[in-house]
Each structure stands twice: as structure tokens, then as C-alpha cells.
Design a protein around this ligand. Structure first.
Ligand code: GLU
Length: 506
């Protein structure tokens, strides 16, 4: 079923790098928008100046470019509903804030930070928590207590104030969430949240609602941590006389143990990234990113898509197109999704196997360039095809293939002990003579010739091949021997055999 006029937004606050939970939220918004031919919006929510972090906005934009999540309207691209940065929309909010006072849905409050701290610690001393709410607002320092005229006079005299939402005293709110179904809340359990400050800045709640309304957002798809804000948001829409969008609160990403929210600390402890790309904070401290750890962007996206959603089939590997086709909010799980770092690697491995050798070779070439390793005349795509089964990341490919690029100067001691018997030097010398006379050095041809020689001389096949491998690779591992020598070529093969004869000491 297609839904019309879908407009969704991802609304990060530039307070630091984007957690992968945030990327998943953006991804679900994106899939939903694309599925229904809708619009995907990036809106930067930077009204909390105290939490602003230099570079965070640029980081977020760059991370999405890497992942392939595209926005139709954004600070970069513009659009008909801009500006898309809340600090640039500052003038819009005060007029709406005043409307809430006029309609009796908000009130001015003058309580100072010190007073509120005092109330909080007094309550704490009695093992209670202080909430500014319908139960006590009449006894606090606000226009509900002193009257609107007196309040206006104090404001005219330049007194600092905030606007608070006047939560209905005793009402049961019955709300609907696409993921969770019916959600009921008693308004008596809610506090009177601050909506606006006399500095002229709205808080998150007010700016978010006004912008979602003005930007004609049809569906608010966001993390579960915002579920407690849904009652206030629904009440704000009602107070303004606006239709509320539909809500879908996504399950949390949980630690690998399943206990609690996945945090940066878990990643540091267990050695996996919790950010899409590397983040260097203003103090110069580095945090790992999936991009820098060698994940393919599409594998990363595939892995995230399945943390909290499934297609209802056994299928696990999805391209972005397939995800768009299969995605629905109805199939998003209610319960938290446990993050499994091993599964993340598994996804990358699947993409390693399924990506073309040419594509991986291009990435591998960059790594070799960085290491200053020459690969002139070597068929990188062919090398990749021989070893990629054993690699999760392009970075692993070199560990599996270094012997194509360098002549061994050392020989693995254990393998020498096990595989280099007394007669090995003589066998290798004979093998060298055999190979010297081979003109066609293709894998098939050398294999036929060498095997024919082994059979004719009735040599022990395993013994010969093991010594051969040790001579060429310097260890007991690697892909098919004849594939290796066809790539390194005849001269290099003969050189390595001679080196082994001269240098391996039993
Ligand atoms: N700015 C909020 C955040 O940082 C947005 C929450 C929402 O989507 O309403 O996640």
C-alpha cells in the first residue's frame, strides 16, 4: 500500500558525532520516504547553544554522503521549507510561543536556576523528586500564581523568564504509535516543560513541533528515547489547533550483551566502532568509524537496516533498492535490537565475496599505495579473487596476499620443522629444472607438468607440494600453488626456489 504526501525528516542536534542508532533512524526515514515516493529532509536542531560542538554538522553531512543516504531538502540543498537550520529560524518561534500564552496553554515563569536547584535538593533530601507541574505550579514564581498582568509588568521591566507548557491537570491521553500501537499517559504524571526562553530561543520541544508543522512533516520516525516526549508533542499540536503527524518510535540499539543502550564505551572496550565515520573531537581525541575500519558503505547500511527490522523472510542481504522495496514501519520491532559486532563483520564479508574483484582491487590498490608497496605488472583483481574468501575487510587482503608482492626472506619456523625434510633441497632443485623448461606458465599448464613429473618419479605428492609452498610463500598457507606461481611468473618462481634451497636451515 502506498501512502501519499510522505514528508519525513531526520533532525539531529550538532552536539557531537552521529551514533549508529542515529544513522539507523535516518535510514528508516529514508527507506520510508523512497518507498512512498516522498521527501526526505535534513533539519539541524541547534537551539541548545550550550551543547553545540564545532564540526558536528559537517561530520553528519559527510557521514550521510558516505552511507548513501540522500536528502531532498537540507541546509546544503535548500528547499521550499527552509531555512533548515533552527538557529536561522529563530524569528519564527516567538510569535507561536506568544500564541500559546494567549490561548492559555503556556505561562510565564520567573523561578531562578538557584531556586529550582533548592527545590530539587529539598525534595531529594525527602527521597522525592521535584517536578514543576499542575500540582505545584500555583505556588511557584509564575503568571499562574501572580497573575498575567503582574507577569507582563515584570517582563516589561526586563526580568528574565521562561515559558512553560501548562499541562492539563488530569487527563488520560490516548495516542497511537505505528510501532507500539496504543500508548496511554496520565497528564498528572507529566511536568510543565520549558518551551521558550527570554533570550528568544525556543527549546527543542517547541522548535521541533513548529518546524514539523511548517515543514508539513507527515511521519515522525525517531528513536525510542523520544517516546516520553510524545505526550507533550501531541498536546502542543492540539494547543495550536494543528493536525499531528503520525509517530513511529524505533527500538533502541542494545549492547552486545543485550543489557542497556549501546554506547561508545562498549565499542572502545570490545574494539568496534559506534560511529559511521571516524570522529576527532575538538580536543583531538579520535573515535573509530566504520568507514575507516574498512567497512563497505552498503554492508554497513545492510547491517543497520536489520537491527530492529526484518522483511519477514530469511533474506539477510539487501541492496538499498531492495531495502526500499521491502521496508515497512509495521515490521519494525518493538523490543531493543542487540548489536552483534561479529555479525557486522559477517555482513562485510558477504559484501567482500559478492562485490566484483575489480571493485575490491581498486580499494586494495589505495591501501597498497598508502603502504608504499609496488604492484606494477601484478593482476590485483586476480589476486583479490584468490584470497577474498579469507578476508572480512579490504585491509585483510594484504595479510592474505603479501607473498605476491614480496620475495620471502624468512621462513615460518614451525612449517620448516614440519615440512622441510632432508630431501627437500634436492626435490626443489629438480622441480626448479622442470619449471625452467616450461614455456607456458599458466596455472593449468604448470600444474599438468609438475604433477606428471611427480607421478613419473613416484614422488610423495604432499611432501613435494608442502616444500614447494614453503619455498614460494615462506609459510604453510595461501591459495592454490599453481595460481600463485602463474601470477608471480617464472623468473620469480625460480628465484624463490633457489633462495629456499640456499637459505632454509633445518
Ligand atoms: N533533535 C532531536 C535529536 O537530537 C530530534 C528528535 C526528534 O526526531 O524529534 O535527536
Amino acid at each position: 500500500m502506498s501512502i501519499n504526501n510522505v514528508r519525513v525528516r531526520f533532525a539531529p542536534s550538532p552536539t557531537g558525532p552521529l551514533h549508529i542508532g542515529g544513522v539507523r533512524t535516518a535510514l528508516y526515514n529514508y527507506l520510508f520516504a523512497r518507498k512512498h515516493g516522498g521527501t526526505m529532509i535534513l533539519r539541524v536542531e541547534d537551539t541548545d547553544e550550550t551543547r553545540f560542538v564545532e564540526g558536528a554538522q559537517e561530520y553528519i553531512i559527510d557521514a550521510f554522503k558516505w552511507c548513501g543516504i540522500e536528502f531532498d531538502e537540507s541546509p546544503e540543498k535548500g528547499g521550499n521549507y527552509g531555512p533548515y537550520i533552527q538557529s536561522q529560524r529563530k524569528d519564527i518561534y516567538s510569535e507561536y510561543a506568544e500564541k500559546l500564552v494567549e490561548s492559555g496553554n503556556a505561562y510565564y515563569a520567573f523561578d531562578t536556576a538557584e531556586e529550582l536547584t533548592k527545590f530539587r535538593s529539598e525534595a531529594e533530601a525527602n527521597k522525592e523528586t521535584f517536578t514543576y507541574s499542575s500540582a505545584n505550579r500555583k505556588s511557584l514564581n509564575n503568571s499562574e500564581n501572580i497573575g498575567i498582568e503582574a507577569a507582563k509588568e515584570r517582563i516589561a521591566n526586563g526580568e528574565v523568564y521562561v515559558l512553560r507548557f501548562k499541562t492539563p491537570e488530569n487527563e488520560e491521553l490516548v495516542m497511537h504509535d505505528i510501532v507500539r500501537g496504543e500508548v496511554r499517559v496520565q497528564t498528572s504524571t507529566l511536568d510543565d516543560k520549558v518551551l521558550f526562553k527570554s533570550s528568544g530561543m525556543p527549546t527543542y520541544h517547541l522548535a521541533n513541533i513548529i518546524d514539523d508543522h511548517l515543514m508539513e512533516i507527515s511521519h515522525v520516525i525517531r528513536g525510542e528515547e523520544w517516546l516520553p516526549s510524545m505526550p507533550l508533542h501531541i498536546m502542543l499540536y492540539r494547543a495550536f489547533g494543528w493536525n499531528a503527524p503520525e509517530f513511529a518510535h524505533l527500538p533502541l540499539l542494545l549492547k552486545p550483551t543485550g543489557n542497556g543502550k549501546l554506547s561508545k564505551r562498549d565499542g572502545d572496550k570490545l574494539g568496534f566502532p559506534v560511529f559511521p565515520t571516524q570522529w576527532i573531537n575538538p580536543e583531538g581525541e579520535k573515535s573509530m568509524g566504520y568507514r575507516e575500519e574498512g567497512y563497505f558503505a552498503d554492508a554497513f547500511i545492510n547491517m543497520l537496516a536489520l537491527l530492529g527490522w526484518n522483511a519477514g523472510t530469511e533474506q539477510e542481504i539487501f541492496s538499498m533498492e531492495e531495502l526500499i522495496e521491502a521496508f515497512s514501519l509495521e515490521r519494525v520491532n518493538k523490543s531493543g535490537a542487540r548489536f552483534d559486532p561479529e555479525k557486522a563483520k559477517w555482513f562485510n564479508h558477504q559484501y567482500m565475496i559478492n562485490n566484483s574483484d575489480e571493485f575490491i582491487a581498486e580499494e586494495f590498490a589505495k591501501i597498497l599505495d598508502n603502504k608504499g608497496i609496488s604492484y606494477k605488472n601484478l593482476p590485483l583483481a586476480k589476486i583479490v579473487s584468490l584470497v577474498k574468501d579469507r578476508a572480512n575487510f579490504t585491509n585483510d587482503i594484504y595479510d592474505q596476499s603479501y607473498f605476491f608482492f614480496e620475495t620471502p626472506t624468512e621462513y615460518d619456523a614451525k612449517t620448516v620443522k614440519k615440512r622441510w625434510k632432508e630431501d627437500a633441497p634436492i626435490m626443489m632443485a629438480d622441480l626448479k629444472t622442470i619449471l625452467q623448461n616450461v614455456q607456458d606458465f599458466s596455472s593449468e599448464n604448470t600444474e599438468t607438468v609438475v604433477k606428471a613429473w611427480i607421478e613419473a618419479k613416484e614422488l610423495p605428492m604432499g611432501k613435494v607440494m608442502n616444500a614447494f609452498r614453503l619455498s614460494i610463500v615462506g609459510a604453510g598457507k595461501g591459495p592454490h600453488m599453481f595460481d600463485i606461481i602463474s601470477i608471480i611468473g617464472k623468473d620469480e618462481t625460480l628465484l624463490r626456489l633457489q633462495n629456499a634451497i640456499d637459505n632454509i636451515k633445518r
